[in-house]
Design a binder for this molecule. Structure first.
Ligand SMILES: Nc1nc2c(c(=O)[nH]1)N[C@H]1C(S)=C(S)[C@@H](COP(=O)(O)O)O[C@H]1N2
Ligand SMILES: [Mo]
Length: 484
């Protein structure tokens, strides 16, 4: 008797899960027709409210696929929620579906997204859920039909949204060029297979933010406003900014870049020095912080004084490697202060620079991160550790090191925890940029560990103590194991 009931219960759940998939598909397609996404809004909600340990584990595990993993998790969660509804007594199912619709619509309309297509998608999904739960598929055929339809609709929706993203990407690119087109200098190390290039291509540059997809900003409508506690409010177009912009090379590092990871890149940026913008705006005497405010509801604030004097050289960036910023890197504008971890160095998709007093609260502070900006520690990454001629025991070891903004003065490696040996450094393109290094070592047969460390020009030596990124930034050495 009991066994029978659990079999029928399982069937009921499967049927409801299939309905959930179908309903999500319908909702996502309705949103996608107008370039939006129901799942992305929920994913953003999760990024904003998931407990810090969950976020940290997710970032560490998912690596560069964090956005895909979030979307998948949200879809599975939606299907599970629908299946759960099937367990409710029939009279509660309609209110539950209505609550689902209202909830998802409200999520889509949050200030971080304001997505009307997403809200419509949520309502459509709820309506479909209501129908599906009432006429639940019984038997394999019906379930498969719902599940297949749902999967197909989700795939179609994804294609539509990607197309909208691609159209936006093309439009953004047509704004360019952005930069002086000065060739990148050589650093004397030539090309070494596997060694990072001096400049990271935009398409290979890590992407880190709280959104599932980059917001689409119309460059013709966009204006940067500088306001708050200033004597002169400013409203500047992309063309106004391009007139005052200069090029600079700098490494950008995510605070989640643990030793050896790829959450960092070195680019040739094009931007207006913040000192110039602040001089034009003339801060009032009570202004102590510069808030960088973005369309995704994200804010990063920085102390005003060091930015104003140029002690911290910050920029309003509008170009990357000679092109406009790609959408995922903040098109049309972002703030970047080289030397500060990405999460503190300024917002992408910037709308406003606001001068305020100390009452402002930033996105990350609410999440338990420290209020004052975290500075990037000297770090060295091993890109290459390969054997030359087979059996020779000669190994080429090469990598990149950074210590922005002062620059790298030395890189050392050590084999099997013995003494540190200095390596050859490539020429420095700029102190805030990364610097390549290379050396050749002889290794006796067997398995060995190789570690690298960087020393900054201010004398700070990269430490061996391992530390997770939260809450003050990662620590430790990149270690690779080779067999000679
Ligand atoms: N508006 C906005 N700006 C943002 C973020 C964000 O989520 N939203 N993430 C920050 C973080 S954590 C990092 S590491 C850098 C990453 O910039 P990138 O994606 O161009 O590498 O952007 C920063 N600026
Ligand atoms: Mo980050």
């Amino acid at each position: 008797m009991n066994g029978q009931r659990s079999v029928s219960e399982k069937k009921r759940l499967l049927g409801a899960a299939a309905v959930g998939l179908g309903a999500l598909g319908v909702g996502e397609l309705v949103a996608a027709v107008r370039g939006g996404s129901l799942l992305d809004g929920i994913g953003r909600l999760a990024a904003d409210y998931a407990p810090v340990p969950v976020v940290e584990t997710m970032v560490a595990r998912a690596g560069r696929y964090d956005k895909e993993m979030t979307r998948l998790g949200v879809a599975l969660g939606g299907v599970a929620a629908a299946a759960g509804m099937a367990l409710l007594p029939p009279r509660l199912r309609t209110p539950a579906a209505a609550a689902f619709g209202a909830g998802t619509a409200a999520v889509a309309l949050r200030s971080t997204d304001r997505s009307v297509p997403g809200a419509l998608g949520g309502l459509a999904a709820a309506a479909m859920l209501r129908i599906g739960l009432r006429h639940r598929p019984t038997g394999m055929g019906g379930e498969l039909l719902w599940a297949a339809a749902g999967t197909g609709l989700l795939a179609t929706a994804e294609t539509l949204v990607r197309r909208a993203d691609d159209r936006h990407r093309d439009r953004a690119r047509r704004v360019g060029p952005m930069g002086a087109h000065v060739p990148v200098p050589e650093d004397g190390l030539g090309s070494e297979p596997g060694l990072s290039p001096l400049i990271t291509k935009a398409g290979r540059f890590y992407v880190a933010d709280v959104n599932s997809r980059p917001p689409r900003i119309d460059p013709d409508q966009w204006r940067l406003s500088i306001g708050g506690q200033v004597a002169h409010r400013l409203r500047l177009s992309l063309a106004d900014l391009a007139e005052q912009a200069v090029e600079f090379d700098a490494v950008m590092v995510c605070v989640h870049n643990t030793p050896g990871a790829g959450r960092c890149g070195n680019a040739r940026w094009f931007g207006v020095p913040l000192t110039a913008l602040l001089d034009h705006a003339v801060p009032e005497s009570g202004a102590t912080r510069l808030v960088t405010r973005a369309v995704d509801g994200y804010t990063i604030s920085l102390p005003l004084e060091p930015l104003r004097t140029g002690e911290w050289p910050g920029y309003l960036v509008i170009g990357m490697n000679g092109e406009p910023l790609p959408p995922e890197h903040g098109f049309p504008a972002r703030v970047f202060v080289p030397g500060i971890y990405g999460q503190y160095a300024g917002a992408k998709w910037l709308t406003e620079l606001e001068l305020t007093d100390d009452s402002h609260v930033d996105y990350w502070w609410k999440r338990g991160w420290p209020a004052e900006p975290l500075w990037v520690r000297p770090e060295s990454r091993i890109d290459v550790a390969t054997c030359g001629a087979s059996g020779s025991g000669k190994f080429t070891v090469a990598g990149v090191a950074w210590a922005p903004p002062q620059g790298v003065s030395a890189v050392d490696i050590r084999i099997d925890d013995t003494e540190w040996l200095p390596v050859e450094l490539g020429a420095e393109t700029a102190p805030a940029a990364w610097r390549r290094w290379r050396t050749i070592i002889d290794l006796p047969p067997g398995t060995h560990t190789i570690q690298a460390r960087a020393t900054s020009r201010s004398g700070e030596v990269q430490g061996a103590a391992e530390r997770p990124p939260f809450p003050i930034g990662p620590g430790g050495l990149h270690t690779v194991t080779v067999t000679a």
